[in-house]
Design a protein around this ligand. Structure first.
Ligand code: SAM
Length: 283
């Protein structure tokens, strides 16, 4: 039976292995059984699922996943955690631990061989690289059903934000192009050891089969989105006109905005994903 998700047991394992937390790896281990249960419920892991876990730590969530899923692949960068994981995961033959940096791995390759088995990602993410991890998972084209992750609360809000809010930006649009985001729990710092300096949230991204908008060139759409939010306070005509790499003039942007019935002084933060797709196609 999984037994790590309470303070006493986590501390005992850490002491016995003389483990020192590495700040550079964003190590904040979960020690709250209710939160762990919420993550499991949100991910909806079933017995024919394959789960990719990023950053298993001492294996707290990994044990729970192994009890529910057909197979778990857990990628951990810190080699000092590997002997601990060998111990805590020894009762679970369906878990494979890989001692690697998730950002250096090809996600498609990692889950190849799991054909026919729905793949889910579940993680309490290291906050220093949340955005690159989420973006590489979404952009990998890997057949992921959903991604259920603990992230910094503010980042979860940005992923879910809509036009006209201060949280809305390139991350919101990228996440919402690939998936439907839903914040399923807010989690205070005292649910972790050591406590993070920020609030946390669990967010589930349910991947779309096909994106909700069709842009002729998705690469161009994202280049436009990034350029639009590079300097939030600038109008779209100013930020896109002559942006390096886009090859469009300020005048052309102004003309397209007018054709689309948008005000000349409109900023990126006012446009929906559908409007960005239309803008990209016209430009
Ligand atoms: N899953 C554990 C838990 O909930 O208690 C630990 C979560 S902790 C927030 C993040 C974990 O990710 C740590 O174990 C850390 O060593 C690991 N990690 C950090 N950077 C990583 C990377 N680039 N690739 C893989 N794992 C990483």
């Amino acid at each position: 039976m999984a037994n790590l998700g309470i303070p006493h047991n986590t501390i005992e394992v850490l002491r016995r292995h003389n483990f020192t937390f590495q700040k550079k790896y964003g190590q904040n281990f979960l020690i709250d059984p209710n939160v762990l249960q919420r993550v499991m419920d949100a991910a909806g892991v079933a017995e024919d699922d394959c789960v990719l876990e990023i950053g298993p730590g001492i294996g707290t969530m990994t044990q729970l996943l192994a009890e529910r899923a057909g197979k778990v692949v857990a990628v951990e960068i810190d080699r000092n955690l590997i002997p601990i994981l060998e111990e805590t995961l020894s009762p679970y033959p369906n878990v494979t631990v890989i001692n690697e940096d998730i950002l250096k791995l090809d996600v498609r390759e990692l889950i190849s061989g799991q054909e026919g088995c729905p793949v889910k990602v579940v993680a309490n993410l290291p906050y220093y690289i949340t955005t690159p991890i989420i973006m590489s998972l979404l952009e990998s084209g890997a057949p992921l059903e959903n991604i259920t992750v603990m992230v910094q609360k503010e980042v979860a809000e940005r992923m879910q934000a809509g036009p006209g809010t201060k949280e809305y930006g390139a991350l919101s649009l990228a996440v919402q192009y690939y998936s439907e985001p839903e914040v399923v729990a807010n989690v205070p710092p005292n649910c972790f050891i050591p406590r993070p300096n920020v609030g946390s949230a669990v967010i589930r991204l349910t991947r779309y089969g096909t994106p909700p908008v069709q842009a002729a060139d998705a690469g161009k759409l994202f280049a436009i989105i990034r350029a639009s939010f590079n300097q939030r306070r600038k109008t779209l005509a100013n930020s896109l006109g002559n942006a390096p790499g886009l090859g469009v003039s300020r005048e052309r942007v102004a003309q397209v905005l007018e054709e689309m019935g948008l005000p000349a002084m409109v900023r990126g933060e006012a446009l929906t994903l559908t409007q960005f797709a239309a803008l990209s196609d016209r430009l």
